[in-house]
Design a protein around this ligand. Structure first.
Ligand code: ACO
Length: 322
């Protein structure tokens, strides 16, 4: 099978910076509580008329600014998002039409915060199965629009943003090694958004806002990040001491610390930017990855581990030679 990897990348974050102090001023919390319990200091909020296709488009435009030929041969577009503009048309189609990719296949992928890493796996499979030549994979969110800004349990955690990569053929020895993708609805009611639905079975409370049992999600996240990371390393024949960088889903610094311990990688190898962006759901992994590439941390030929978890509950891990 040909080697498939990432051939271009870009990212975007809305302009408005929301610091912890802003929550302190309007709800029963403190900036200190938020930072010490989550590691988050600030996050970005989309403008009222700025939607997920807009931030996703921002990330693709950034990709094109860095590499004007970056979208060449792209014939499939996947947008991982938990906050799509609409049920249909897909956010992927809306973005594709604005970057000269009208006519390419386009669809949204719904696995909440695991979505971007799932999308990378789908892209590799489509190319290796002969169904696409190159795939544009976007993780884009305006998740703050589906989070109750008066609920201190959730409002403080989330931010908006997007990342975009092109997945395509790379020289032998580079690219993706293996994926572990999973989901288990047993914990599904610990983290949900019913924004578009009014009557779902299964005991999900009514209401349009994102609901969360923080403690349950925390326990699940620590276990699944550690286990799926270890599983994909074993599948790829990579020892944890040979991992150069881990790019984890950026939800909570304490979750990342506990997970790092579980798969035996020191915190100095964890790529982190949640202090500045909070949890941007499906956008955290590409936002963090692009920063680490741009500032020279991630270098040619290095061993990367991507790990994410999210609503479903779901998880996704991948190994990659950069
Ligand atoms: N300010 C002050 N107090 C707060 C706040 C706040 N913003 N939020 C909650 N509290 C209170 C709680 O009400 C609770 O009070 P109580 O003991 O009187 O009931 C107390 O703080 C402690 O609550 P815990 O839940 O034990 O706090 P914890 O240290 O676990 O931190 C947190 C809470 C940050 C939410 C943590 O559980 C967490 O990060 N969980 C994972 C969440 C997550 O990752 N979600 C996104 C998943 S990705 C996706 O797919 C969308």
């Amino acid at each position: 099978r040909p080697s498939i990897g990432i051939t271009a990348l870009g990212s975007f974050a809305p302009a408005r910076v929301v610091k912890n102090e802003e929550f302190e001023a309007r709800m029963d919390t403190t900036a200190e509580w938020i930072e010490s319990r989550t590691g988050i200091r600030e996050r970005r909020f989309s403008a009222p008329d700025e939607f997920t296709s807009d931030v996703g488009l921002g990330a693709v435009r950034d990709l094109l600014a860095r590499d004007p030929d970056g979208l060449k041969d792209v014939d499939m577009v996947i947008c991982a998002t938990a906050s799509p503009d609409a049920m249909f048309p897909s956010t992927a189609a809306l973005i594709a039409g604005q970057v000269g990719l009208a006519g390419a296949g386009a669809f949204d992928l719904s696995t909440a915060c695991s979505g971007f890493v799932y999308g990378l796996g789908m892209a590799r499979g489509l190319i290796q199965g002969g169904m696409a030549r190159r795939v544009l994979v976007i993780g884009a969110e305006t998740i703050t629009k589906i989070v109750d800004q008066e609920d201190r349990n959730t409002a403080i955690l989330f931010g908006d943003g997007a990342g975009a990569v092109v997945v395509g053929p790379v020289p032998d020895g580079y690219g993706f090694q293996d994926f572990v993708l999973g989901a288990d609805s047993a914990g599904g009611s610990s983290l949900y958004s019913r924004f578009l639905a009014h009557q779902l079975p299964g005991g999900f409370p009514m209401g349009k806002w994102t609901g969360m049992n923080g403690r349950e999600v925390f326990k699940f996240a620590v276990r699944v990040l550690g286990d799926s990371g270890a599983e994909v390393l074993a599948k790829s024949g990579v020892k944890s001491e040979n991992v150069d960088w881990v790019v984890p889903h950026q939800a909570n610094v304490r979750i990342i610390e506990a997970a790092a311990q579980r798969f035996g990688v020191p915190m100095t190898k964890m790529v982190m930017n949640l202090d500045r962006y909070g949890n941007t759901s499906s956008a955290t992994v590409p936002l963090a990855m692009k920063e680490a590439v741009d500032d020279g941390r991630v270098k040619d030929g290095q061993q990367i581990l991507l790990v994410a978890f999210g609503g479903g509950l779901s998880w996704a891990a991948a190994t990659l030679k950069w």
